[in-house]
Design a protein around this ligand. Sequence first.
Ligand code: CUA
Length: 320
Amino acid sequence: MSAFEPKKVPPVEIDSFWLPKQASTLAKDIDAGWDAAMLVSIIFFVLVVGLAAYFLVRYKRRSASDVTSEVDHSTKLELTWSVIPLGIVIALFFIGLKGYVNAAVAPAEAYEINVTAAQWSWSFSYPNGTISDELHVPKGRPVRLIMSSTDVVHSFYIPEFRVKSDIIPGQYTTVWFEATEAKETTLFCTEYCGKAHSNMLAKVVIDEEEKFNEWVESGGGTKEVSPAELGKSLHESRCAPCHTIDGTRTIGPSFKGLFGREEALADGSKVMVDENYLRESILEPTKKVVQGYPAAMPTFSGMLTDKQIDALIAFIKTLK
Ligand code: CUA
């Protein structure tokens, strides 16, 4: 088994004592709710623990004749410590509700991007057919993500945007945000989804609208690179969790020396690894499973364009 290689992604910037940078319009409200809950918790922690420590000393039994006083209740005191916290939690509820409603309902004119999560990669699909493994979004424009999973439950999280949502197979979940700064950051999978969960990361690129539009028009920047180069970067983001390129055995067969080889299949038959077999295995991975390996691969149908599949095949061919 090869050593764990973390995916190269931009760092998450921290700009206050403990919270990530606020890089979306939602961040302020959400942080206000967090700060309010934190402040209330700290005040009550100090109050409760402080009083407990004080009473421990103050009402300690000092001699054998010291007897416990007959404790009675105090209606006034009990009302006080019920009504004040009630008021505080009602206030917290409304602070939270404001942030929640704002985060739940996307503006009607939002730009829509489809997100597909799979073990263990991300795929972002744009209205013009561009498919990318990086999430590119325009600055200063609301973006709505329509997300689904091809296999298990994943969770989408961009700390700097304060957006997070589970992604569930067989249904759509959505999030929206409006990025406030042209920069790069990282999105995480935050639902344990198997062996390579911790490496299920993707780069987020926020660009000025014009540059973003150019990127989408150019098919996600795929026009400028050769198929083998594109395939190499696709391997890193999509295939590397399970398929090495140096011959090491991990979850699936290594890509090294794969092309042109005869593989023994789980059903006892044999197959020649050519363009058609590779394409079929990307789109219908469980159809012809190599002997000795689990039928664990998700389909990449709808997650890769034909051009990207061609590029992956071109890259695999170079791995002699
Ligand atoms: Cu996908 Cu964790």
